[in-house]
Design a protein around this ligand. Structure first.
Ligand code: MEV
Length: 324
């Protein structure tokens, strides 16, 4: 029976997290650790999912019941995406087996849910000859993310589709690939799992009655992103570092950083990085530091000395692609 494997990259937010949820821009880069999804047609009448990295083993449901009843947490994105595709494109699959495999832990905050959603959509597009454009893949994948978690800007979906480094704004109405060379970025993992939706909600709660102040702070982050775009294109690393530190300061003021991340950032800057900040929702996951090649080892050691773990990742990775 016809079978296809698709892969998509994980992502790292460089600038603009949280502000992007309110329509401001962000800059995100795709990383060279990928999610793989294999989809196989059969005639069982069933949807079967194996996703070992999120502890889903032989989860089975009749195709006509997709999206109905209880769905295990680890199966939600794949099942809802498939249901969305079937209803939008009036597909009549006789049976489908889906297997996922990840090169990175879902704990890192690299966007495993978005990457697997994008892979599934691309794989179904190929299997059923739908010839979906990148924009159509974005629209149905982003709808799936909103169906599952209710909130999110869609930047991670765009990174998984387009790859490279992109300037992303207004829920995908502006997606601009940036022509930049690889960054000497150091990624430190805090060892703490963060929950994006509760961190978005925590900002709303913290600024209750202070909404205008919050809006001004988010606008300032948007300005940092626009300046960072220019600095990135000019390879002005000193300026980029300053912008990272200022962005981090605003994230701390929004209340989404934590002591462990603060310590990892401070240690990086104190040991010679141009700048450092948390990457993603905050509350845990990863931080990033930008350094020169010469200072790299020293900065890495400093991050480790305060309890961080260095993850080896390259930026600017290729977007979603068919593997075989
Ligand atoms: C999470 O990685 C980044 C946020 O801006 C959420 C989003 O943009 O969907 C906090």
């Amino acid at each position: 029976m016809k079978k296809i494997t698709v892969s998509a990259p994980g992502k790292l937010m460089l600038f603009g997290e949280h502000a992007v949820v309110y329509g401001h821009p962000c800059i995100v880069t795709a990383v060279d650790q990928r999610m793989f999804v294999t989809v196989e047609k059969n005639s069982s009448g069933m949807f079967v999912l194996n996703a070992p990295e999120v502890e889903v083993s032989n989860y089975t449901k009749p195709i006509e019941n997709l999206g109905v009843g209880q769905i295990p947490k680890g199966a939600k994105f794949i099942e809802i995406a498939l249901g969305n595709l079937i209803s939008k494109y009036n597909l009549k699959p006789a049976g489908l087996k889906v297997i996922t495999r990840s090169e990175f832990s879902s704990k890192f905050g690299f966007g495993s849910s978005s990457a697997s959603t994008v892979c599934l959509v691309k794989a179904i597009s190929e299997l059923f000859s739908l010839k979906l454009s990148q924009r159509q893949i974005f629209d149905i994948s982003y709808k799936t993310v909103l169906d599952v978690q209710g909130k999110g800007s869609g930047f991670d979906v765009a990174a998984a589709i387009y790859g490279g480094t992109i300037y992303f704004k207004k829920f995908g109405s502006e997606i601009v690939p940036l022509k930049i060379s690889d960054l000497n970025l150091i990624v430190g993992y805090s060892g703490i799992k963060a929950d994006t939706v509760s961190l978005i909600d925590s900002v709303t709660k913290r600024f209750k009655g202070l909404e205008e102040l919050k809006d001004e702070m988010l606008k300032a982050i948007g300005k940092i992103v626009d300046d960072a775009r220019v600095a990135l294109e000019n390879q002005d690393f000193a300026k980029l570092g300053s912008l990272m530190n200022i962005n981090q300061g605003l994230l701390e003021a929004l209340g989404v950083s934590i002591e462990k991340l603060d310590n990892m950032n401070s240690a990086s800057v104190a040991s010679g990085a141009y700048g450092a900040k948390l990457s993603g929702a905050g509350g845990g996951d990863c931080m990033i530091a930008l350094s020169s090649k010469e200072m790299r080892k020293k900065v890495e050691n400093a991050i480790v000395s305060v309890g961080g773990k260095i993850l080896s990742v390259k930026t600017n990775a290729q977007g979603v692609r068919i593997e075989k």
